[in-house]
Design a protein around this ligand. Structure first.
Ligand code: DX5
Ligand code: ZN
Length: 230
């Protein structure tokens, strides 16, 4: 299994200075840019679309952009995000009428594909499409908003997902999203997670005294991860 990935959710960044925020968080040592797309239909909030993804690429962001679709339907917008420079595109199985087709569409567009499981959604569908999945993303809050509390039952789900992935022998990342902070990241890693989305607990911890604003908080998370035996 490859190294731990820290994926800051730009939902909690200062949108008026988004390019600078993304540059800073990457220079601080984060790995991916987690990009939350909400449509005020699948989830009760409205955020950003392909134009903003494209703008980040044009700004010079070369790090992977991890697009998390919280929209329904999903297929129409997939090619737009691929063109806008998405590296990976994940969606919720409830939001697609044809999960297998949507996964194939993402790969056909040259992106990595992933399925997102809400706290109350079982992992069942994974078994039937595991050959078409690069990322399994577990929601540890109900999707729609940053700053919510981590739902502890997700740890057991992570252990189960880890088992399924390992049994498949495939190179699939296990990602978690919601309520992740420096205090719980170690425990989450112990449950088998290798990719960590963090929004409010990361962008909310910027310090003017850090060279790139987020150096200390990214380091705090990495230090906790370094303690985990793998
Ligand atoms: C929630 C989003 C998350 C959110 C995480 O629907 O998918 O990516 O930004 O924010 P925190 O880390 O604050 O829970
Ligand atoms: Zn997300």
């Amino acid at each position: 299994m490859s190294d731990y990935i820290i994926a800051p959710s730009i939902l909690s960044a200062d949108f008026a200075r988004l390019g600078e925020e993304v540059d800073n968080v990457l220079k601080s040592g984060a790995d991916w840019v987690h990009f939350d797309v909400m449509d005020n239909h699948y989830v009760p909030n409205l955020t950003i679309g392909p134009l903003v993804c494209d703008a980040l690429r044009k700004h010079g962001v070369t790090a992977p952009i991890d697009v998390h679709l919280m929209v329904k339907p999903v297929d129409r917008i997939i090619p737009d995000f691929a063109q806008a420079g998405a590296t990976s595109i994940t969606f919720h199985p409830e939001a697609s009428e044809h999960v297998d087709r949507s996964l194939q569409l993402i790969r056909d567009q040259g992106c990595q594909s992933g399925l997102v499981f809400n706290p109350a959604t079982p992992l069942d569908v994974l078994e039937w499409v595991i050959d078409k999945v690069d990322i399994v993303l577990l929601m540890s809050v109900n999707p729609g908003f940053g700053g919510q509390k981590f739902i502890p039952a997700t740890l057991e789900k992570a252990r189960q997902a880890r088992e399924i992935i390992d049994r498949s022998g495939r190179d699939i990342r296990l990602e978690i999203d919601g309520g992740v902070n420096a205090d719980n990241i170690g425990e989450i890693a112990k449950a088998g997670v290798d990719t960590f989305v963090s929004g409010s607990a990361l962008f909310g911890k910027g310090q003017d005294s850090d060279p790139n604003r987020y150096d200390s908080i990214v380091k705090a998370m990495r230090d906790e991860l370094a303690k985990v035996k793998r």
